[in-house]
Each structure stands twice: as structure tokens, then as C-alpha cells.
Write a protein that binds this ligand. Structure first.
Ligand code: ADP
Ligand code: MG
Length: 673
């Protein structure tokens, strides 16, 4: 659609027409075939000479026709003038005739013309009157006529000169006008060029506008397509809206129904809340009761443990291993005696044949039977679970804030490590006391969590060899080498003991404990390559610091659980010759014997309530200082080999254990704050 636009050129022309009225104004420049248009006043002026000329011409013509005379100022013989009509010179145009006419016209009313004398020949009539022909004799008249005519001619010449002057003025004026018009023309030409340039520019703009129009039309087309799409979309949306409105209605209906249900529910909730409040009150009362019961349980539990004895000794006999000689029947017996049954034996009989006496007399060697009685005896067939069952309650005392210490005592190969850590292969059946005790503690701690108790456990595992302490949980560069550790008080005035350079690892699950035991095994294995059978000559002390807190009641308890795998209790046969290696072994053995006997002495001193307890006489007793003594509960496993060849060591161990078993350490007290 092309807009109906007015051409800029046209506009410019229009403007020019409007702005420059001079162009339209009547020009005074004479144009061929046209007359100047002049104002009415000037028209008259212009017409006036014309009229005059016409009249003059008429007069001249009349004169010429009526008086054939020679041209003015020349006197010609009358004959000639009579016969030949005076010819108007061709050069004299209408203007000249007009001038003559004008002169003649003016001559008529001119009062300067002298009046003819009366009686003189009648003067020639001018202005259409036939001149009176003078007779040839009337020379005076003729002369008079000629004089008049001469005068007339002179006047006319003057008039013509004046007119000439006027015309020259007019010419000048016209030339000036021509110049002005020329300038105007040039201005107009310039303007025309400008207008043309503008027109061209306008054309160009028009072209651009057309292109723009086309572009816009295209855009319009696209927009229209879009509009159609939008309209379609709108239709779709309207449908969707209708659908949504329907759904909204449905939802509103449901909401109303829900609100009704809600108000019902709220009433129910209110009643339930009331019930809950009642239940909460009841729960608080129950909690109080439970706490009272828990404290009562702890008291009774402790009482039971005390009744069982704060120092208890369990004897465990390991089975005969494949490849080992079967002991003679009756070598080890587990008689059921008072306080014991066949299921839970407490007694053990071991027979030793006196070979020397038999050899000397030549009769079968007599046997001596040694009877021992302990808190519990585990025959070779007893499983790890059975053993642990017996100590689970004791271990639990540690959660109640009583220090607990469990030893494994016996000669090398009697099953101490098997009892404490477990058998090889990671079989759960042969898991030892350490993993079982910790699992039990974690599970009971979790149960107590329901009553508001929170527990934390930190484990350490050290080895005491030849009176030096080494960390079994060392990692990295310290691994295996075991930088020297010292036993120190945790702080000035503190009762708590700590091992410098040793790792104290927080544990919360069995996997972490298993990882620590594995690390300890690795560290021992590394050490074993450099020092033969070192593990059997060192004490392994696994300690677990247990801390419990009941935030609600502001209760706290803390106690260590110590699980000690003691060094082999065997003694060197004093009758054997000592080589250089043996001497070293003797020194080790003396150190072991010394620490074990110190342990015995400490237990004795505690039992006898002596003022001085020689804890510091060995690293072992020093480290276990807080796990022994008044408030502690102690259990010693005496591990026995089932082999006859080990009977001597077995008897030594059993005797040591019996001595310990006779000890009674004062009433245990929980470390409560
Ligand atoms: P110790 O630590 O006293 O030197 P070990 O615990 O290393 O003795 O036991 C020596 C051997 O006897 C090991 O091979 C161990 O597996 C085995 N053993 C010890 N006690 C038992 C047991 N109750 N049941 C099965 N095997 C045992
Ligand atoms: Mg061992």
C-alpha cells in the first residue's frame, strides 16, 4: 500500500509560489507579443501615449492624405508635394508616428500658435478638417503656413525628445528590472537546483520509505502469522483455563470437604493433645520411675558383682591342638564341687606324675593330684561366647562408672591372646573378649541413650616390653618402630594417667575397634621380625576410657576398662646351661617375672589394705593404677595348657591365680560425680 504522499517537489514549488510572490507579480519587462500588466494607474499612463500615437497617426494620416507635403523641415516645390504623397520614412515606427501624432494633437489646442489675421488667407485646417488650398500667389499665406508648420515641427521635435528621454528612462528602468529579474531568475534557478536536489533526496527517501514499507509489510506478515499463532494459543489457553476452572471448582469442593474433615480432625487433635499431655505426665512419672529402677539396677548389679568378688579368677584350659600329644586320661579333671555344677565348673584337678620317684623304685610313677578352685573354670571345649557371657555383667559395670580390669595370665601358648583378642581368621565364633566387650558396651550405651545417657569411648593399645612402653596403634613413620612412650599424669593434680606419644582413638562401632586390633597385630608382626617372639614376652594393654553423661539430671560417670594380655609367665629352667642368647632371654624373663610378681604384690597390698601399694614398681601396675584398687573390679583369666609337658608351668600359674583369688579388695565404688 503506497501512501498518498505529496511530492516534495510539488511542495517546494508550492512554497516557492507562496514565498515568492514576486515571480507571479507582473513584470515590467516587455515581452514579445504580450503587454505588460500594470497597475490600473500605470495602465492609463501606458495607454495614454498609445492613444496619443493613434490619434497623432490618424491626424498625420489625415494630414498626409489631405495635404501632400514634403517632410517636415524641408520645403519642397508644391507641385511635387501636390503630386506625390509624402512618404513616411520606414524607419519611423509607430512610436515616431505616435510622437508626431502627439505633437500634432497637442498642436491643436496649443494657444501658442498665432491666430490668423483676419483677412488673411485661412490657415490650413488640421485635425480632420480639409485644409484650405492657398492659391499659388498667396506666398505670404504659404509662408505663414510653412512657419506654423515649422514651429509645429520644432515643438514636436521637443516633445519627441522629451518622449525619447522618457523612453530611455523607461528602458533604463526596464534594464534594471531585467537585471533584478535576472538575479531573481538565478536565485530561482539556484532554488530550483536546490529543490531538485531536495526532490532527488526526497525520491531517495521515498525509495527508502518504500523499502521500509516493504520491510514493515513483511514484518506485518510475520506479525500476523504470530498473531494467528497467539490466537491459537489463546484458544488453547482458554480451554486450559476452563479445564483449570473446573479443576479449581473440584478442588474447592474437596477443600470444603477437607475443611469439614479438618475441623473434625482438629477436635480429634485437641482431644489427642490432651491425651498426649496426660501421657507425657505419665511418661515423666514413668521416666522418674525408670531412672529410679536404673539406679536400683546399678546398685544391685554392683552388689551382685561384689558378692561375686571384686577380684575374680577364671581358669580356662585350651583344647589340645592338632599335632599335640593327647594327655593321659585323668591328667586334667573338672570335678563338680560345692557352688559348681557340671555346666558351670569351678574346680580343676591336675595330676602330676613324679617321674623321678617312679624311675628310682621301678614302679609306675606315682601321681600327685592338685586341686584348685576358682570363680569359674572353663574346660577345653568352652567357646568364646560362653566365656564372654560370664564377664558381660562385669564389663557392663564400666558403664556404671566402675573401673574394670581383666587380665589373661599364663604361660606362652596357653591361650591368653586367643581369649583376649580371638582366634585367627576373623571367624566371629572365635572373636575374643576385646571385640565382644566393646560391642556389648556400644549396644548397652545405646539402650541407656533412651534414658538420657550419652556415652563416648576412647581407645588406646600399648605394649610393655622390658619395662618400656610402646604404642601399638602407631601409624605412619612411627609404625613398628614404636617411639618411646612414658606414663604420665594427665595434668597436675590429676588422678588420670596417660601415655605420652600414644594414640587415643575415639571409637563408636565394632568396625573401628576391629581396625585398631588389626593395626596392633600389624605393629606386633613388624616388631616380631627384629625380636623373636617378642609378643609373648610383653604385656599388651588395651584400654577404653568410658565417659557417660545424663544431661537432664546433671549426672556424669567415667571409668577405664582395661583388657590386659600379660606376658608369658613361664620361668627359665635354672638347671639349663645359659648361652649368650639365653642370657638375654633370662633378663627378659626376669623383667616379666618382676612385673608379674609386682602385679601379685599390688593385689596383695590392696587385699591387705596396706598403706603403701607398690604400683610404681613396674610399668604395668603403674599404668593400671586406676584400674586396680578400691573402686575397681578385677578379673583374672588363668590360661592353662592341656599338655602334660606343661604341667609344671600350669601348676605355677594355678598357684599364682589361687593366691590372687584369695584376695578381697574393698568395696568397689563407682566413679560418679
Ligand atoms: P598365648 O597368647 O598364651 O601365647 P595363644 O593365644 O597364642 O597363646 O594360643 C596358642 C595357640 O593355641 C594358638 O594357635 C591358639 O589359636 C590356640 N588356642 C588357644 N586357646 C584356644 C581355644 N580355647 N580354642 C582353640 N584354640 C586355642
Ligand atoms: Mg599371646
Amino acid at each position: 500500500m503506497e501512501p498518498q504522499q505529496r511530492s516534495p517537489l510539488l511542495e517546494v514549488r508550492g512554497n516557492v509560489e507562496l514565498k515568492r510572490p514576486l515571480v507571479k507579480a507582473p513584470s515590467r519587462l516587455p515581452l514579445p507579443g504580450t503587454r505588460f500588466k500594470r497597475g490600473p494607474d500605470r495602465m492609463e499612463d501606458a495607454l495614454e501615449p498609445e492613444k496619443k500615437r493613434t490619434r497623432g497617426l490618424d491626424t498625420v494620416t489625415k494630414i498626409a492624405t489631405s495635404h501632400p507635403r514634403p517632410p517636415a523641415l524641408t520645403v519642397r516645390p508644391q507641385t511635387q508635394s501636390q503630386t506625390t504623397a509624402p512618404k513616411v520614412p520606414k524607419k519611423t515606427g509607430p512610436r515616431c508616428s505616435t510622437a508626431i501624432g502627439t505633437v500634432l494633437k497637442k498642436q491643436k489646442p496649443d494657444p501658442a500658435v498665432p491666430a490668423q489675421k483676419p483677412g488673411a488667407a485661412a490657415p490650413p485646417t488640421l485635425g480632420g478638417k480639409k485644409p484650405t488650398k492657398r492659391p499659388a500667389w498667396d506666398l505670404k499665406g504659404q509662408l505663414c503656413d510653412l512657419n506654423a508648420e515649422l514651429k509645429c515641427c520644432r515643438e514636436r521635435t521637443q516633445t519627441l525628445n522629451q518622449e525619447n528621454q522618457q523612453l530611455q528612462d523607461q528602458l533604463k528602468e526596464a534594464q534594471q528590472q531585467a537585471r533584478v529579474l535576472g538575479a531573481e531568475c538565478r536565485t530561482l534557478e539556484g532554488e530550483l537546483a536546490r529543490v531538485q536536489a531536495q526532490a532527488e533526496q526526497g525520491q531517495q527517501e521515498l525509495g527508502n520509505l518504500r523499502a521500509r514499507v516493504l520491510e514493515l509489510e513483511e514484518q506485518l506478515g510475520t506479525q500476523q502469522g504470530l498473531v494467528q499463532e497467539l490466537q491459537k494459543e489463546q484458544v488453547g489457553l482458554q480451554e486450559e483455563r476452563r479445564g483449570l476452572a473446573a479443576r479449581l471448582e473440584e478442588q474447592e469442593r474437596r477443600l470444603q470437604a477437607s475443611e469439614v474433615a479438618l475441623s473434625g480432625s482438629q477436635a480429634e487433635v485437641a482431644s489427642l493433645r490432651q491425651e498426649a499431655a496426660t501421657q507425657a505426665t505419665l511418661l515423666v512419672a514413668q521416666g522418674e520411675r525408670l531412672h529410679g529402677l536404673e539406679m536400683e539396677r546399678r546398685r544391685l548389679h554392683n552388689q551382685l558383682q561384689e558378692l561375686k568378688g571384686n577380684i575374680r579368677v577364671f581358669c580356662r584350659v585350651r583344647p589340645v591342638l592338632p599335632g599335640e600329644p593327647t594327655p593321659s586320661p585323668g591328667f586334667l579333671l573338672f570335678p563338680s564341687g560345692p557352688g559348681g555344677s557340671s555346666d558351670t565348673p569351678t574346680r580343676l584337678s591336675i595330676s602330676r606324675s613324679d617321674e623321678r620317684r617312679g624311675t628310682l623304685s621301678g614302679t609306675p610313677a606315682p601321681t600327685t593330684r592338685h586341686d584348685f578352685s576358682f570363680d569359674r573354670v572353663f574346660p577345653p571345649g568352652s567357646g568364646q561366647d560362653q566365656v564372654f557371657e560370664e564377664i558381660a555383667m562385669l564389663v557392663q559395670s564400666a558403664l556404671d562408672g566402675y573401673p574394670v580390669c581383666i587380665f589373661a595370665y599364663g604361660q606362652t601358648g596357653s591361650g591368653k591372646t586367643f581369649t583376649m583378642e580371638g582366634g585367627p581368621g576373623g571367624d566371629p565364633q572365635v572373636e575374643g573378649l576385646i571385640p565382644r566387650a566393646l560391642r556389648h558396651l556400644f549396644s548397652v550405651a545405646q539402650e541407656l541413650g533412651g534414658q538420657g545417657w550419652t556415652y563416648s569411648f576412647v581407645a588406646s593399645y600399648v605394649e610393655i616390653y622390658n619395662e618400656t612402653v610402646r604404642d601399638l596403634l602407631a601409624t605412619g613413620t612411627r609404625k613398628g618402630q614404636g617411639s618411646e612412650c612414658e606414663i604420665r599424669r594427665a595434668g597436675p593434680g590429676s588422678e588420670e594417667l596417660t601415655v605420652t606419644n600414644a594414640r587415643y582413638v575415639p571409637v563408636s562401632c565394632e568396625k573401628e575397634v576391629e581396625a585398631l586390633l588389626q593395626l596392633a597385630r600389624q605393629n606386633r608382626a613388624v616388631a616380631r621380625t627384629s625380636q623373636n617372639e617378642r609378643s609373648s614376652r610383653s604385656h599388651s594393654v588395651f584400654q577404653l576410657q568410658i565417659s557417660g553423661e545424663h544431661a537432664g539430671r546433671g549426672l556424669q560417670c567415667a571409668a577405664p576398662l582395661s583388657l590386659v594380655d600379660l606376658a608369658g609367665s613361664e620361668r627359665l629352667d635354672p638347671g639349663l646351661a645359659l648361652g649368650p642368647g639365653e642370657r638375654e632371654r633370662l633378663r627378659e624373663t626376669q623383667a616379666i617375672n618382676s612385673s608379674l610378681s609386682t602385679l601379685g604384690l599390688v593385689i596383695m597390698a590392696l587385699s591387705n589394705k596396706e598403706s603403701h601399694v607398690p604400683y610404681r614398681n613396674s610399668k604395668l601396675t603403674y599404668l593400671l593404677q586406676n584400674s586396680l584398687g578400691g573402686s575397681a573390679k578385677m578379673l583374672m583369666f588363668v590360661n592353662i595348657s592341656p599338655l602334660e609337658e606343661n604341667v609344671s608351668e600350669s601348676l605355677n600359674s594355678l598357684r599364682f591365680a589361687s593366691k590372687v583369688n584369695q584376695c578381697v579388695i574393698g568395696t568397689a565404688q563407682a566413679n560418679r560425680k
